[in-house]
Ligand binder design. Structure first.
Ligand code: TRP
Length: 334
């Protein structure tokens, strides 16, 4: 059986959207619209696996949607919606809770990282998180999912769930979804610690460039970014063991769409006193238009809500169809 090429991806509305979300995810979502049917979701139900202040959740949901729109995702061509408006996500997630095995779930490194030593106090939802993610993807029979490499394990679990469901019921119903992994190039690290991923939960604001930062803030954060006293090497190999230098060069490359070696052939031999101002200028030039566009959308929340509602209606049509068949396959009386 062949499945129609369809892309699904999601971002959690759980805090500041930052450069890592943009370069590692949103920016990559845009060109996929040329070749695939795309569904881009604001995964608010994933966000509440850890407590979210209701007002902030609402605001962040609109912000993620505004970022999708500002980056160039076309809400007519693609579907943009928030997860909680399509109840079938929760419904299929329950079915998958019954397909996935405790052993599979206990091996998820993101759960172990997020729950830490306090696993007893983590929500049941945080443990079941990957089954909901599998439901997001398989509800639309998505064939491709662009994600960062931190989500690779969840994608593998999605494939295991699809295969077990198909096998248990003797059907070829769900596709075995392919990840579109960004690879290292799109992995943006903290500006304060090159060994840690840029994250909205980092207590230091200086660790990330937020998509709502203005030009002054962007320049200041790059100026204060951790670096080292050595000049930049002229070859990539020279970045080994210099996590912060590697990250800043990586950000330059991703923002400019040039390769790291190209950047190093330009800046090799120069110190950060020269490189940082150039990076700040580039970041401001690339992010300012997006920042302005986001602000324009956020000025008119009703417009974003209308887009999300329209997206949810279109997503529902596909989701309802899938769930109807799933209920039949399982043997639920209708
Ligand atoms: N877990 C993903 C993340 O934290 C977000 C997500 C939820 C997602 N559902 C998804 C990503 C489905 C891709 C497809 O980045």
């Amino acid at each position: 059986m062949t499945f129609k090429d369809r892309v699904f991806s999601g971002i959690q509305p759980s805090g500041d959207l930052h450069l890592g979300n943009y370069l590692g995810a949103i920016k990559r979502f845009v060109p996929l619209q040329e070749s695939h049917d795309c569904i881009y979701c604001v995964v608010d139900m994933h966000a509440i696996t850890v407590f979210q202040d209701p007002k902030k959740l609402h605001k962040s949901t609109l912000e993620v949607a505004a970022a999708y729109l500002a980056a160039g995702i076309d809400p007519k061509k693609s579907i943009i919606f928030n997860q909680s408006q399509v109840a079938e996500h929760a419904e299929l997630a329950w079915v998958f809770n019954c397909v996935a095995r405790m052993g599979w779930m206990s091996r998820m490194t993101q759960f172990k990282d997020k729950a830490g030593k306090n696993a007893e106090k983590a929500s049941l939802g945080l443990f079941a998180y990957p089954a909901l993610m599998a439901a997001d993807i398989l509800l639309y029979k998505a064939t491709h999912v662009p994600v960062g490499d931190d989500q690779k394990q969840h994608l593998e679990l999605t494939r295991d769930i699809a295969a077990k469901f198909n096998n248990d019921f003797g059907v070829e119903f769900f596709p075995i979804t392919e990840p579109l992994i960004a690879g290292e190039a799109a992995r943006i690290m903290s500006l304060r610690d090159g060994g840690k991923k840029m994250s909205s939960s980092d207590p230091s604001e200086l660790s990330r460039i937020s998509l709502t930062d203005d030009a002054d803030k962007i320049a200041k954060k790059i100026k204060k970014a951790k670096s080292d006293p050595e000049p930049l090497p002229s070859e990539i190999a020279g970045l080994e063991g210099r996590a912060e230098a590697k990250n800043l060069v990586g950000i330059f490359a991703a923002l400019s769409g040039r390769s790291k070696s190209d950047i190093l052939s330009e800046f090799g031999g120069q110190g950060f006193g020269v490189f940082k101002p150039a990076l700040a200028e580039l970041a401001v030039a690339k992010l300012a238009p997006m920042n302005k566009e986001m602000a324009r959308y956020l000025d008119d929340p009703k417009q974003i809500e209308d887009i999300l509602r329209d997206g949810a209606e279109r997503a529902s049509v596909i989701a309802k169809e899938t769930m109807k068949e799933v209920r039949d396959i399982i043997g639920f009386v209708k």
